[in-house]
Design a protein around this ligand. Structure first.
Ligand SMILES: Cc1cc2nc3c(=O)[nH]c(=O)nc-3n(C[C@H](O)[C@H](O)[C@H](O)COP(=O)(O)OP(=O)(O)OC[C@H]3O[C@@H](n4cnc5c(N)ncnc54)[C@H](O)[C@@H]3O)c2cc1C
Length: 485
């Protein structure tokens, strides 16, 4: 007998870039019964949450756009966070996704019972779904460094992803802890506004000079009138970023050497004072930590009211930050640009698979998944931007689009009646993980720096193959790696 096709109910968790995408693509493939749960009151995820001064994408905007919603109106090469947030809101609205979202509702539990997912939300709602797509984000849970005395600070303090816009900055003394992309963008945006700016650096960063010109009216008119010019620009950007993504997985690659030379040249040419230049010079290979793209960081940190503090922080005191050399850096505002807990993914949702198996237990050591997407014994559950996927200096939108198309092919197995449940085999997942860890040894992320890419063992928790290989693997699932019921 021919298998029976089924109407499926899908739940998407999260309405950031990936959740919006999943909802759009599910409906395009004919799955109409889709609900999106979003714990906040707006779409946008990262771009809703990060509103710090200077926030912008560091992948060119024409690349950081959905392939099906190119935007001729991007204002700059690297557009700012407000514009990106407006873009996601517009796409969600134009595709009717906002109608599918239950805002202000956090999924707190998901259990696979009798062949379907039973879900609970923070509002006490009980729901069910045949398939669940988790688009809960990777850089989502702020990491607050455990610095002694932090609570004693009498000025204002907040994480960069929780910017307190009530706090005045103009003419005040502001300190920023951290030197990741957010801290660098904040430095450039704030230094001219404040009386004194202190950047507390534990690790110096390699910085690529990345000018950020505005698109002229003529450019934008052309992008409108000749959509193929946007596609051509995007293709060119994609080619150069793919080159980068392919090079980082080989620490010896000539492309990486060229990037290192460009970073070195930027430092040499733009930092005049030899002492400051040496304090800004990293001691590890460029690309080992996520590269910083900035048009003007070196200019900003050389302003007379800016200080680069490289002595380690001893503690926070009521008046400011005390460093180990005994200096008290007096501050009115202290910003923690200390990054994110990058191993959370679905958590803290209480996820229960077959036979009462808890995801917390499965991931007790560290999160793993077959190709970042699915987990043995957790059938019909698919993650976007899940564990050990490609993250780096390239567009996570392209990553998520490739993942969604892959997931839709698995969902089609269920929809077509070929199976009711699909999950990767433990063997395939273990083999993939073993190969991934082995392959990671060749990457630039293993060349001796401390970074958020590294897991508790010091293994990069990312895709260690080329981006071209990622595209190939995502093109079609190897059904031999899956268990179908
Ligand atoms: C400052 C910053 C700059 C960045 N710049 C770039 C860049 O230039 N290029 C790039 O490619 N990437 C960049 N990224 C990475 C960025 O996170 C991704 O590009 C993208 O926005 C991730 O989208 P997402 O939907 O996967 O996750 P998120 O944007 O994190 O969205 C997850 C959503 O899920 C919701 N959610 C989570 N848990 C639950 C739950 N249990 N129930 C209901 N809702 C839930 C959250 O509220 C959130 O809205 C940047 C990240 C940061 C923090």
């Amino acid at each position: 007998m021919a298998p029976m096709s089924r109407d499926l109910r899908a739940v998407v968790i999260g309405a950031g870039m990936a959740g919006i995408l999943a909802a759009i693509r599910l409906r395009e493939t004919g799955i109409d019964d889709v609900t999106v749960y979003e714990k906040a009151n707006r779409v946008g995820g990262t771009w809703r949450e990060n509103t710090y001064p200077g926030i912008a994408c560091d992948v060119p905007s024409h690349l950081y756009s959905y392939s099906f919603a190119l935007n001729p109106d991007w204002s700059h090469t690297f557009s700012d966070g407000e514009e990106i947030q407006a873009y996601f809101e517009r796409v969600a609205q134009e595709h009717g996704v906002d109608q599918l979202i239950c805002f202000g509702e956090e999924v707190t539990r998901a259990a696979f019972v009798d062949g379907r997912w039973e879900l609970e939300t923070s509002r006490g709602r009980q729901d069910h779904a045949d398939i669940v797509i988790a688009a809960t984000g990777v850089l989502h849970h702020p990491r607050v460094a455990d610095i002694p005395g932090l609570d004693s600070f009498t000025g204002a303090t907040f994480h960069s992803a929780r910017w307190n816009h009530e706090v005045p900055l103009d003419g005040r003394r502001v300190g920023v802890i951290g030197t990741g992309s957010s801290a660098i963008q904040i430095t450039s945006a704030l230094v001219d506004r404040v009386e004194r700016f202190c950047l507390f650096q534990r690790t110096a960063q390699w910085v690529i000079q990345a000018p950020n010109p505005e698109y002229s009216e003529d450019d934008r008119r052309r992008f409108h009138d000749e959509p193929e010019s946007v596609t051509a620009l995007r293709d060119a950007l994609s080619a150069s970023f793919s080159m980068f993504a392919n090079s980082v997985v080989d620490a010896q690659s000539p492309e990486l050497a060229a990037i290192a030379a460009a970073c070195e040249q930027n430092l040499e040419e733009h930092v005049k004072d030899p002492g400051l230049r040496e304090r800004l010079r990293p001691t590890y290979q460029a690309g080992c930590k996520r590269l910083i793209m900035s048009p003007d960081f070196y200019e900003a940190i050389q302003k007379p009211n800016a200080a680069l503090v490289t002595e380690a922080i001893e503690r926070i005191e009521p008046e400011g930050v005390r460093t180990v050399d005994g200096t008290l850096h007096e501050l009115d505002v202290l910003v923690l640009a200390t990054g994110f807990q990058v191993d959370r993914f679905l958590r803290p949702i209480d996820v229960i698979g077959r036979e009462g198996m808890s995801l917390d237990d499965v991931w007790a050591k560290r999160p793993t998944a077959y190709l970042s997407i699915s987990i043995p014994e957790f059938p019909n559950l698919f993650m976007l931007n899940g564990p050990n996927g490609p993250v780096g200096n390239f567009s996570l939108i392209e990553v998520a689009e490739l993942q969604v198309d892959y997931v839709l092919q698995l969902i089609d197995r269920i929809r077509s009646g070929a199976c009711r449940e699909i999950s990767p085999s433990q063997e395939a997942t273990d083999a993939h993980e073993a190969e991934r860890v082995e392959q990671a040894q060749n990457t630039v992320w293993m060349t001796g720096c401390r970074s958020w890419y590294l897991d508790d063992r010091g293994v990069p928790a990312v895709w260690p193959w080329t981006f071209d290989h990622f595209r190939e693997v995502m093109a079609e699932p190897d059904l031999g790696a899956y268990v179908e019921v």
